[in-house]
Design a protein around this ligand. Structure first.
Ligand code: N2P
Length: 378
């Protein structure tokens, strides 16, 4: 295992209690970590454990009158918030974002005022390791039993201590069946000069570089400089044919016909298709991202009781079903499936050969950031 990964694993093991503090110190020293850094990690970990213990059993008091939600765009049913406000007597402020990085940057900048955020799987361990996520108080989550077994105790958040799965989906490409009847099933389509100016990729480092890594047969979590160099070459070649890097807002352009082919998530594709039936979706043969987004309460959330009530409300079968019926995404709410118009079945083991969950890049994030900056500014 490369040294960086070994360190990362070691810090995770300390945080989860898999190694003792004493073991951590001796192994971290052997890995060449400075004593100052070791001290910082130990202090952060102790502080986190203390606040987690306090939070998990705390009585949160009466429900507050306000709730501030920060969610991805187009990721909720029309009546989800109004019904919650009416029933619980809470005024909800609802803001949206377009990428995990945008959301995390807001939280890292200091008390954001948000009570609910919706990170993807690979972001949750980052939020817990940096004490950005609050420990959930399960006594308020009486509907937790409605989660499908796959989403209970997920690898990204053992025992659902900080995250309750909300929706899951994939990142493939959407296309106009009337403009490109046969787009094939490869990420290589983005290199096809025939469609120059009519294609877009997501405005998301992980999805763009990730798809080009898969195109070359690598993991979309690669931290190998040579593999990343290849992915960068392809991304730069594809950029010559692209109209833009754009995520959810591309739906309008697919509907109008300004864009014929767009790297996009399955559910947003379904939403566009509801308005323009000539839209198809492809999971490229080289493989692509599968993700689970979860409801998380930031450690700095000012309205924690209302946030718990909201999570518990979303876990109701009819609320979960209404959300997926609008978004087109899969629901981790097993009890909701029976009420869904087109339930999206969770992938089989065979389908998983084409799918990969993103992981935190750890120390290699800076290298990815650098490559993405170079691609964007080229
Ligand atoms: C929102 C879909 C976002 C999901 N439209 C990406 N994880």
């Amino acid at each position: 295992m490369p040294r960086e990964q070994e360190m990362e694993r070691l810090v995770q093991d300390l945080a989860s209690g898999a190694v003792t503090r004493r073991e951590f110190v001796s192994r971290a020293t052997a890995l060449g970590l400075s004593l100052g850094t070791i001290g910082l990690v130990l202090t952060a970990c102790a502080r986190k454990e203390k606040s987690a213990e306090q939070a998990a059993g705390a009585d949160l008091g009466p429900i507050e009158k306000e709730l501030n939600i920060y969610n991805w765009s187009d990721y909720i049913a029309e009546d989800t918030i109004p019904n919650f406000e009416k029933e619980f007597g809470v005024k909800v402020t609802y803001d949206t974002y377009e990428s995990n990085e945008e959301m995390v940057a807001k939280l890292q900048a200091g008390a954001s005022g948000y009570d609910i955020v919706v990170p993807s799987n690979y972001i949750v361990p980052v939020m817990t390791a940096t004490a950005l996520a609050a420990e959930l108080n399960k006594k308020y989550l009486t509907n937790l039993g409605n989660l499908a077994p796959t989403f209970v105790n997920p690898v990204f958040d053992p025992e659902n201590r900080h995250a309750i799965p909300y929706q899951w989906g994939t990142t493939g490409f959407a296309y106009r069946t009337d403009k490109i009847p046969e787009p094939g099933d490869s990420w290589g389509v983005f290199l096809d000069a025939k469609y120059k100016g009519k294609m877009t990729q997501m405005d998301d480092m992980r999805d763009v570089i990730g798809c080009w890594l898969r195109y070359r047969g690598h993991s979309l979590n690669s931290v190998d400089p040579a593999e990343l160099k290849g992915a960068k070459t392809d991304a730069l070649a594809a950029k010559k044919t692209l109209k833009a890097y754009i995520s959810a807002p591309v739906k309008g352009q697919l509907i109008s016909g300004d864009v014929w082919l767009a790297q996009l998530w399955n559910g947003d594709t379904e939403q566009a298709k509801a308005e323009q039936p000539a839209i198809g979706y492809v999971l490229p043969k080289e493989g692509c991202t599968i993700w689970t987004d979860s409801l998380v309460i930031p450690a700095s959330a000012p309205h924690k009781r209302a946030a718990h009530e909201y999570i518990n409300y979303v876990l109701r079968p009819e609320v979960g079903a209404a959300i997926s019926n609008t978004t087109g995404y899969g629901s981790p709410n097993q009890a909701a499936l029976a009420q869904m118009k087109r339930p999206v079945p969770y992938p089989t083991a065979e389908e998983f050969q084409r799918l990969e969950y993103q992981k935190d890049l750890g120390g290699a994030e800076a290298m990815w950031d650098q490559i993405w900056t170079e691609i964007k500014s080229a």
